[in-house]
Structure formats: structure tokens, C-alpha cells
Design a protein around this ligand. Structure first.
Ligand code: NI
Length: 171
């Protein structure tokens, strides 16, 4: 088991676009294993490779629960179809202690490669649809706070600066 350090806003790596994975080699397999450990330890329901400083198009999601886990490991994920609108409160392991509602599609069809490299198509709604959109955004260098209105975004910056200052005082 290996935990990786999760980068926090405003780390500039979080705003970079990640590159497609060409081969699912040993390096990708161990990256994904570490991401799984890191996500469950946090704990969180999703994690994207750039959040641990690796600019590769890899995400993991688990919207299940302890009795019924539902781990998805997705390489080169993309949204191929979407419908409807919803707005739910989101959080992010890279933006600790901050939550806000974000407008998303309520239904998405995603396609991605599994760890064997096979392409899979999956239709999702609810929390899982939101999680895919949130994690794929990470691969494009976008955080959920980047999707807030400019007014809400400036409120976020002020509030978050206070949170970060408080954390520094506690150290
Ligand atoms: Ni996130």
C-alpha cells in the first residue's frame, strides 16, 4: 500500500491538461493502485491522476458504500453523450473544507478503457454522473470551483484564503 500526496488548490499542476495514456504498463498499474489506496484513505469518492501530480488521463471513482463498494478505474475517459441538468453540492480532495453547488449534466454516457485496455461504455446518472464529470474536468485542468459564477468564485477565493491562513496558524 502506498499513499501519494494529494495536491491542493492553488497548485498550478491542477490547471494543466493531462495527456492520454498510450499503454497500460507497470507504471500506470502501480499509479492506479496507489490512487485507490490514497482515495480510500482520504476518504473520497473520486480521484484523478493530476491530483497526485501525474498528468495522465486516469481517474478512479467509487460511489458505492462500505458494504457495497463499486470501484471504477477508468483510463482515457470521455463523455460521449449527455442530457439534462442538475446542481448538487460538490467537494474535492484538492480543495479541502470547501463545498459548493455546480451545474452539471444529470445523465452522461461515458467511454473509457479498463485496466486490460478494453473500451467500455457506461450510462450514468445521479452521483455517478456528477463524479465522472468532476473527475474528467480534472484531466482538462479544471476544478469544480472554476465552474462557479464569477461572483461565487471571488467569494470562494476570499473564503479559501481565510481557511488556508487558519490551517497555517494551526501548524
Ligand atoms: Ni476533485
Amino acid at each position: 500500500m502506498a499513499l501519494r500526496r494529494i495536491l491542493h488548490y492553488p497548485d498550478p499542476l491542477l490547471n494543466q491538461k493531462s495527456a492520454p495514456v498510450e499503454y497500460i504498463d507497470e507504471q500506470i498499474i502501480s499509479l492506479v493502485a496507489d490512487m485507490v489506496d490514497t482515495m480510500y484513505a482520504a476518504p473520497g469518492v473520486g480521484l484523478a491522476a493530476p491530483q497526485v501530480g501525474v498528468l495522465k488521463r486516469v481517474i478512479i471513482i467509487d460511489c458505492g458504500n462500505r458494504e457495497d463498494p463499486d470501484l471504477i478505474r477508468a483510463v482515457n475517459p470521455q463523455i460521449v453523450d449527455s442530457e439534462g441538468e442538475c446542481s448538487e453540492e460538490e467537494g474535492c480532495l484538492s480543495v479541502p473544507d470547501y463545498y459548493a453547488s455546480v451545474k452539471r449534466k444529470s445523465w452522461v454516457k461515458v467511454s473509457y478503457q479498463d485496466m486490460q485496455g478494453h473500451w467500455i461504455e457506461r450510462e450514468c446518472e445521479g452521483l455517478l454522473a456528477i463524479a465522472f464529470q468532476h473527475e474528467i474536468d480534472h484531466l482538462d485542468g479544471k476544478l469544480f470551483v472554476d465552474r462557479l459564477s464569477s461572483l461565487k468564485k471571488s467569494m470562494f477565493r476570499k473564503k479559501y484564503q481565510r481557511i488556508m491562513e487558519q490551517q497555517k496558524e494551526q501548524l
